[in-house]
Design a protein around this ligand. Structure first.
Ligand SMILES: Cc1ncc(COP(=O)(O)O)c(C=O)c1O
Length: 442
């Protein structure tokens, strides 16, 4: 620490004369204190943790499958091994590995027989892959507005969105932070509607000590390259409902019968996971708990720091959250506390300081894919113009619109390094805030 101070003082004295070239009106400040976007020294020059982390057991797993020559799960046993391990990890009875998270959701909706005319309740603050499977069933995704403090679906608004056509509630544990599951499960039980958890970002997240994915009728996971458990692509469905699992297994395997039933018994598709993906997941799983602990502890520390910065509001967690998977670290940026600096300017300045960040999602319920789908031949055949107009009138999420304008994200890999990385993030934000008035004019 003492060395650090000395180094800083030294840099300051060296840089004081040269840092202000081109900024004649500004007071004399050191290069280290000058915003990097204005030519100063970045708050951080080292890269954050690389992802994926590859260890010897990953190489063994991968080469093992290669040499066995049984690359399809119909021939090998790695997919079954991963399914058992993932089910045990989450404390559920059944797991089905799929090719990705999107096909896990699609398979689940098919297993629940979601059909044209049905409505599925979804949040607007999510990746498009939560909603696409609903549209592929030719059902209607009903967007329920966001809770601006938690970034999650506002569970208090779900009941008002339920109609006789509601066939499922599909909450997302966005960013790895569990949605308000007590409220969601209560309203679902009252109306006898199944809950499918989109846990694609929420590996090992917990609600009141229970792992998410196993709280509703079924839970879906993604193991796509950016996710906290990664096999490039990959997915899984977990459930305690054996009849549902049976239909899911059948659907994802071209509609083949399961157990003693042979032949093709239903319309299906091929959403099988490869043996390569499964073997890689088994080896990566050996590090998931340890990595999740690092993210959780770093995120808690970062939150303590960021809460002290006026205008930075880290996403709040519901009281029932006992573990956030922190696939994303999300906060709201209040421009007023940064001398009117726009969010885009804030992010540019922060990126220049060596802190990668993004503005996150745009309002999904307003994206072109939705209206284009409503105008597709299939939807025009299924729904009357009057029904589609009623749907359009219901589709407003003003809180989410506001959230999308204020959000800033850090990725999960930034939480995997030492605690000093969190200090760098907080220091960089403080630095941008200090110079916000100048940056606003640039
Ligand atoms: C919330 C959410 N749902 C669904 C998916 C779809 O998963 P995949 O990319 O594995 O198909 C993702 C992946 O990014 C996601 O973040």
């Amino acid at each position: 620490m003492a060395n650090d101070v000395t180094r800083r003082d030294f840099n300051r004295s060296l840089a004081a004369g040269s840092a202000l070239v081109g900024f004649a009106a500004a007071p004399a400040i050191a290069a280290e204190d000058t915003p990097a976007i204005l030519g100063g020294t970045p708050a951080r020059s080292a890269p954050f943790t690389v992802w994926p982390k590859i260890k010897a057991n990953d190489e063994q797993s991968w080469m093992g499958v290669l040499r066995e020559g049984k690359w399809c799960r119909l021939d090998g046993n790695h997919a079954a091994e991963f399914e058992r391990a993932w089910a045990d990890t989450l404390g559920v009875s059944h797991c089905l590995a799929t090719s990705c998270g999107t096909t896990a959701l699609s398979t689940t909706l098919n297993a629940l027989d979601i059909a044209p005319g049905d409505e599925v309740i979804v949040p607007p603050y999510t990746f498009v892959a939560t909603v696409n499977p609903v549209l592929l069933q030719h059902a209607l995704p009903i967007f329920v507005d966001s809770d601006i403090e938690t970034f999650q679906i506002d569970a208090s608004k779900i009941e008002a969105a339920i109609t006789p056509n509601t066939r499922a509630i599909l909450p997302v544990h966005l960013g790895g932070s569990p949605a308000d599951m007590d409220s969601i499960l209560a309203v679902a039980a009252k109306h006898r509607i199944p809950v499918i958890e989109d846990a694609c970002q929420a590996h090992l997240a917990e609600w009141k000590g229970k792992k998410v994915g196993g709280l509703g009728q079924a839970g879906c996971f993604s193991f796509q390259a950016s996710k906290n458990l990664n096999s490039g692509e990959g997915g899984a469905i977990v459930t305690n409902d054996s009849a549902l699992m049976d239909r899911a297994i059948s659907f994802h395997n071209n509609g083949r019968g399961t157990g003693a039933v042979s032949g093709y018994v239903r319309n299906g598709s091929n959403h099988r996971m490869t043996e390569f993906q499964a073997a890689l997941l088994v080896s990566q799983l050996s590090r998931l708990v340890e990595q999740s602990d690092v993210r959780w502890n770093n995120a808690k520390y970062l939150t303590k720091q960021l809460e002290q910065i006026p205008g930075i509001h880290p996403a709040r967690m519901y009281a029932g959250v006992t573990r956030n998977a922190y696939h994303l670290y999300m906060f709201r940026f209040d421009s007023e506390e940064f001398s009117g600096l726009a969010r885009a300017q804030f992010m540019k300045a922060l990126q220049a300081e060596g802190i990668p960040c993004s503005g996150g999602y745009t309002p999904l319920n307003k994206e072109a894919f939705l209206e284009n789908t409503l105008q597709s031949r299939a939807y025009q055949k299924i729904y009357s113009q009057a029904e589609l107009n009623v749907y359009r009138e219901r589709n407003h999420c003003p809180v989410n619109d506001q959230l999308c304008e204020q959000a800033v994200w850090f990725g999960q890999t930034m939480l995997l390094g030492p605690r000093s990385d969190m200090d760098d993030i907080a220091n960089a934000i403080r630095k941008v805030q200090k110079h916000a008035a100048t940056l606003r004019k640039v």
